[in-house]
Design a protein around this ligand. Structure first.
Ligand SMILES: [Zn+2]
Length: 430
């Protein structure tokens, strides 16, 4: 009888021991939690002495609850209010959707920059205060709202003909009737876009024709100087400067209205009356498309072809402005000649020179696009006509924005030998 009893005792002991261990573990957990609570509460800041306004942002339990900080990822009514206000001020051009995304953040940053606030894209108390006050400065140049381009009916023959005509492939009438002319234009377009040149308007051709990839027809430059404006009888680029005014009998061959002709997705044309010699404009478009492919966008043409009469007016206006500032006629003319050529002495008379700008940028020379242009224009037959290191020869201040088309057979040599046009013609011309 002793044996079963001792087994019972042992069992009792085990149960008791288990209970004791369980209680110890539970007690330890509770104590752990306590220490955690103590540790957390010890992190709560004790009110700091007043060090001045810089430190007043330290949470003070007595202060009224501050406006909540709104940042990327926030949603709801407060974001709607923010977007609406930024839109009013010209910073936000997106949809007022109550979603604080990248567009809203850029608008906040633009607002902060313009209003001398810390440009962190976060709407904190300082930004909020200025934003909803009467002191809030509106955006200088409101970012243009992207105009949704109407989707053309890519299956209508008239639309296809019109598109091919806009790009220079189709020269016939837009009559909605598919004939040999339309077929030939489609073939030409296909050839120049790496598509199967079968003249059949299939899905692949449609996809390219109505996309940004569609480029105007590329015409091989004709080497016959009689047909190519801007070349001398020997095939050299014509020199136009103060010592060499454009010949009286100089005639442009095919001026195009650039605003109609150029793809607005690639380049903005500042005035509706800016023209250019077609083959130079084509080269310009090829160049700017390449720039765009490299990630350099925002191009704008501020000047192209100018008649001698127009140049005269431009020159006289500038002289007048300097005379108003107190200069003598001679001083004013000398000053104007640093940036504006004498009538007859401007390269813009050729229709082969363009002044470029970047939309929204005041100084072209300070943009990354100008660096791209200086490095790559040569590959497309353009030269920076008035470089910084040649002002003594060109007698024109550095103009990083003024490009002149001369053709790659000349531009590449000028790049490789670092020659301005005057030097190049001196060395190789005549
Ligand atoms: Zn110019």
């Amino acid at each position: 009888m002793n044996k079963p009893l001792s087994i019972k005792r042992i069992l009792c002991c085990i149960v008791l021991a288990t209970l004791v261990v369980a209680m110890i573990v539970m007690a330890a957990t509770v104590m752990d939690l306590n220490t955690e609570v103590q540790r957390v509460s010890s992190l709560t800041p004790t009110p700091l002495p007043d060090y001045g306004s810089v430190f007043r942002v330290t949470p003070n339990p007595d202060a009224p609850t501050p406006e909540p900080v709104i940042r990327s990822g926030a949603t709801g009514e407060s974001v709607v209010k923010l977007q609406t206000r930024l839109q009013e001020l010209g910073y936000y051009t997106g949809t007022v959707d109550g979603q604080f995304g990248p567009g809203t953040r850029s608008a906040v940053i633009a607002f902060q920059q313009r209003n001398n606030l810390q440009a962190d894209g976060i709407v904190g108390p300082a930004t909020t205060e200025v934003l909803y006050s009467d002191d809030a400065l509106p955006a200088i140049t409101p970012v243009p709202t992207p105009v949704p381009t109407p989707t053309p009916d890519t299956t209508s023959i008239a639309a296809i003909q019109q598109r091919l005509k806009d790009l220079g492939y189709y020269t016939g009438t837009v009559d909605g009737i598919s004939g040999p002319g339309t077929r030939k234009a489609i073939m030409l377009f296909q050839e120049q876009h790496g598509l199967t040149a079968d003249g059949i308007y299939g899905p692949a051709t449609a996809a390219v024709l109505f996309s940004d990839e569609a480029h105007p027809i590329l015409t091989t430059p004709t080497p016959d100087p009689a047909l190519v404006p801007g070349l001398t009888a020997d095939g050299f680029p014509i020199l136009v400067n103060s010592d060499n005014p454009i010949p009286d009998d100089y005639r442009t061959v095919h001026l195009v209205d650039m605003r109609d002709y150029c793809d607005a997705n690639v380049v903005k044309i500042k005035g509706s009356d800016i023209q250019g010699e077609k083959y130079a404009v084509d080269a310009l478009m090829t160049m700017l498309r390449a720039a765009r492919a490299d990630g350099y966008t925002g191009w704008q043409v501020n000047a192209g072809y100018r008649s001698v009469q127009y140049q005269q007016k431009l020159f006289d206006d500038r002289v007048y402005a300097y005379r108003q500032e107190g200069m003598t006629g001679q001083q004013a003319r000398a000053k104007v000649r640093q940036t504006v050529a004498d009538p007859g002495a401007s390269e813009h008379h050729t229709g082969l020179a363009f002044d470029l700008a970047i939309t929204g940028e005041a100084s072209f020379g300070a943009t990354k696009q100008s660096v791209w242009l200086r490095e790559h224009c040569w590959e497309y037959g353009f030269i920076i006509r008035y470089p910084a290191d040649k002002t003594k020869i060109t007698k024109i201040s550095h103009e990083p924005w003024h490009v002149r088309y001369v053709g790659t057979e000349h531009s590449l040599i000028m790049r490789d030998e670092n020659l301005c046009l005057e030097e190049y013609l001196e060395k190789y011309g005549n």
